[in-house]
Structures are given as structure tokens and as C-alpha cells.
Design a protein around this ligand. Structure first.
Ligand code: PLP
Length: 393
């Protein structure tokens, strides 16, 4: 009666959602203050004030029919131009409004790009740890997701494993830096080496192997860490950007795809992406939000609270004996599960109402993820539970 794989996707809850909902049920029993929920990556700092000011101003001073009306499929020309201008100035490149396609966040952006590049069971490579949704995004669109095991403990790239997996069916490698869940940023050296490998392999297989840069966390970098703009390192890069985390707007569903002119056959690639978005019913991203992000193109989040949480958790957990990956971006920390089995450890943690996400779905079952976008108060209350847990192991 219904499509089996869709039914499976719709009924098999994600482990993160399950934990989050478990936390809500537990809070009703033991009290909210006794549940330490590190499951969900929902920003915990508000959108910068100019974002709300822009929303109010646009609603008050723009014709209502225009604000709420359909826009052209890729977005409003002025808004696309504003995003392109900011990128061009920031990275010293020439990006035009015509290179920007507004989307409802990074997720539909990734789907449109995968649909555009899939030639029929094409392979898309994801480097562990990776966002678990890449798999349904690829597989439900007739493509194959090929996982490369993580390079532990640096969480940069396992070169031999990546090279081994590239073949003539490979259409793209998806990278996510700053990374969810490790918090690691790929260094310029890593990206240059990746560019060299993909350039060499593209020549070998006789077609371009694209890099898909999944970038919801581009603005979330600490200690002055550099987040290179990947299209300047590897020309055949397609950027999928989102304002969900950078401006704390996940519920507004706004982001964009950028296909620079220097991508091989960029006009064809862009047109195929427009087709991919159309085929998924994802054109004309929210009209109000297109205007808002265009006005706030130069806004940056105030990262002080995330940075404080990051140091607090890293220092405390390390001092208890946990082996933590030092995050220098995003708002997650990846921690080695004592005993090596993150599912068992996460279940044990649940007994203390500590909700941490096992790394299995991210392709690294030995590690668990904690979100650092939580309140400092909750972190302080949760530390005795972290300490007791490792002592028990
Ligand atoms: N990619 C990564 C790595 C993410 O962590 C997320 C959301 O958490 C997304 C994509 C989807 O982001 P959006 O809310 O913009 O669709």
C-alpha cells in the first residue's frame, strides 16, 4: 500500500529524536532540572538582534503581497546579489547573484545537489564521522552513499581509505567542516591534499569528481581557527550553506547553494541543481527570510556562550579521564566511550538521566556526541553524573 523504504524512514525514529523525547518524558517524572539533555543540536543563543529588527521592519514597510508572495525559483535577484557580494568581499573572489540558489536550509540543498549529480546509482562519498541524514538523502534519490572510516584520533581524513573508495561511479565527496559531530575543522593542508587527490582521480576516471561542502557551521569557529572557503582550494566545489546555526534560525528554513562560475560547466550544473530542487518541490525558499538574510549578510553570531561551554566541558571531562576530541568549531564534542561501545555507554548514561548520542549513526561506534549548545547551568549540574559514570566503568 505504501513505499516500504519511505515507511521505514518515517517510522524508524532517529536515535537523537528518541533520546530527546525520552528526556521530555523523564523530566515529567524526575523534574526538568535533573535531566541532562545533550542530544539535540538546536542553537542555544538567540539570533542576533538585527535579524529580528529586519523581520519587523520588512513586515511593517514592505507590501504584504510581495513579502509573502512567491519569488522566482532560485530566489529574489537582489537577495541573491547581496549574498554573492558578501562572499566575494570576504573571500576575495567573484561570485555573482546568478551563482546563488536559495533553499530551505542545508538539507534540501544537499538533496538538490545529489539529485543533480546522480547519473543513476552514482556514488557519493561521506567521510566519517558524517551527518547520518546523508544516507537517506542519497539512497532515497537512487544514489549510493559510500562511507570512509574516520581517521581516529585526528578526525581529519583517512587518505588510504578515501582513495580506495574512489572509482568511475564516484560523482562527489561530501565534506562537512566545521564538523558535526567531531567539532573538528579541516585544516588548509587537509583541504589542499584533498584537492590534489580529487584532481588526480578526476583525470583518471575521465569526469569531474565534485566536492559538496556542507557548511551549516562555517561561522562557528573558535580561537581564531581558519575555515577555508573550499571553492578557493578545489575549483569543482558546490557549497550548501545554511543559516540554521550561524544565525540561530533553524525553524525558518533558509540557506543556499553556491555554484561558482569556475566550476566545470557551471551553468549546466546550476541548471541541473535547479531541476533537482524542482523535482523535490523545493523551490522559492521562504520569501521573508530571503530578504532577512540578504539584509543580515554581514551578521555573525556571538559565540561567547558556545565557546565557554566548549572549554568547560572539555576541561571537566578530560580531567575525569574521558578521551575527548578538542573541538575548534561547531557546537559538539566527540568523546571516546569508556569500554569502546558507545551504545552500551549511552544506555548506562541514561540511567543517570544523562542523554548522550552514540556515534554509530555517524559512522564511529566507539565515540559519543554531546551538544555544547546547552545552558551552562545544565552543564554544571551534569558534571557529577559524567564523573560518576566513568568511575563506574
Ligand atoms: N548538515 C549538517 C552537518 C547538519 O548538522 C545539519 C543539521 O543539523 C544539516 C546539514 C541540516 O541543516 P538545515 O537545518 O539547514 O537543513
Amino acid at each position: 500500500m505504501v513505499n516500504e523504504s519511505m515507511l521505514k524512514l518515517g517510522t524508524n525514529r532517529s536515535c537523537i529524536r528518541e533520546l530527546f523525547e525520552y528526556g521530555l518524558r523523564q523530566a515529567a517524572i524526575v523534574g526538568k532540572e535533573n535531566v541532562f539533555d545533550y542530544s539535540l543540536g538546536n542553537p542555544s543563543i538567540p539570533a542576533p538582534p538585527e535579524v529580528n529588527e529586519a523581520i519587523v521592519d520588512i513586515i511593517k514597510n514592505t507590501d504584504s503581497l510581495a513579502v509573502h508572495g512567491y519569488t522566482p525559483a532560485p530566489g529574489l535577484p537582489d537577495a541573491r546579489a547581496a549574498i554573492a557580494k558578501e562572499l566575494s568581499e570576504r573571500y576575495g573572489v567573484e561570485i555573482r547573484g546568478a551563482n546563488i540558489f536559495f533553499t530551505c536550509g542545508a538539507a534540501p540543498a544537499l538533496i538538490a545537489v545529489i539529485r543533480a549529480l546522480n547519473m543513476g546509482e552514482s556514488e557519493f562519498i561521506a567521510i566519517a564521522p558524517f551527518f547520518p541524514e546523508y544516507r537517506p538523502f542519497a539512497e532515497s534519490n537512487g544514489a549510493k552513499l559510500v562511507a570512509v572510516p574516520a581517521d581516529i584520533p585526528s578526525f581529519q581524513i583517512n587518505w588510504a581509505a578515501l582513495e580506495e573508495r574512489i572509482n568511475e561511479r564516484t560523482q562527489a565527496v561530501i565534506v562537512n567542516t566545521p564538523n558535526n559531530p567531531s567539532g573538528v575543522i579541516y585544516t588548509r593542508e587537509t583541504l589542499e591534499r584533498l584537492a590534489e587527490l580529487l584532481g588526480r582521480k578526476s583525470a583518471e576516471v575521465g569526469h569531474p569528481i565534485f566536492l559538496i561542502a556542507d557548511e551549516p557551521y562555517r561561522e562557528l569557529a573558535y580561537d581564531g581557527a581558519e575555515v577555508p572557503f573550499i571553492p578557493t582550494v578545489y575549483p569543482n566545489t558546490i557549497v550548501c550553506y545554511s543559516y540554521s546555526k550561524s544565525l540561530s534560525l533553524p525553524g525558518e528554513r533558509i540557506g543556499y547553494i553556491c555554484v561558482p562560475d569556475w566550476v566545470e560547466d557551471s551553468a549546466t550544473v546550476f541548471a541541473a541543481i535547479a531541476g533537482g530542487a524542482r523535482a523535490s518541490g523545493h523551490v522559492c525558499a521562504p520569501a521573508l527570510q530571503q530578504r532577512v538574510v540578504a539584509r543580515c549578510a554581514y551578521s555573525r553570531p556571538n559565540l561567547a556562550a558556545y565557546d565557554e561551554n566548549r572549554s568547560l566541558l572539555y576541561d571537566a571531562l578530560s580531567s575525569y579521564g574521558y578521551d575527548c576530541v578538542k573541538p575548534n568549531g561547531a557546537f559538539y564534542m566527540f568523546v571516546k566511550a569508556p569500554g569502546g561501545d558507545s551504545v552500551a555507554f549511552s544506555n548506562k548514561a541514561k540511567e543517570k538521566n544523562l542523554l548522550i548520542v552514540p556515534g554509530n549513526d555517524f559512522g564511529v561506534p566507539e565515540y559519543f556526541r554531546i551538544c555544547t549548545c546547552v545552558s551552562k547551568d545544565m552543564i554544571l549540574r551534569s558534571l557529577p553524573a559524567f564523573q560518576a559514570l566513568i568511575e563506574e566503568f
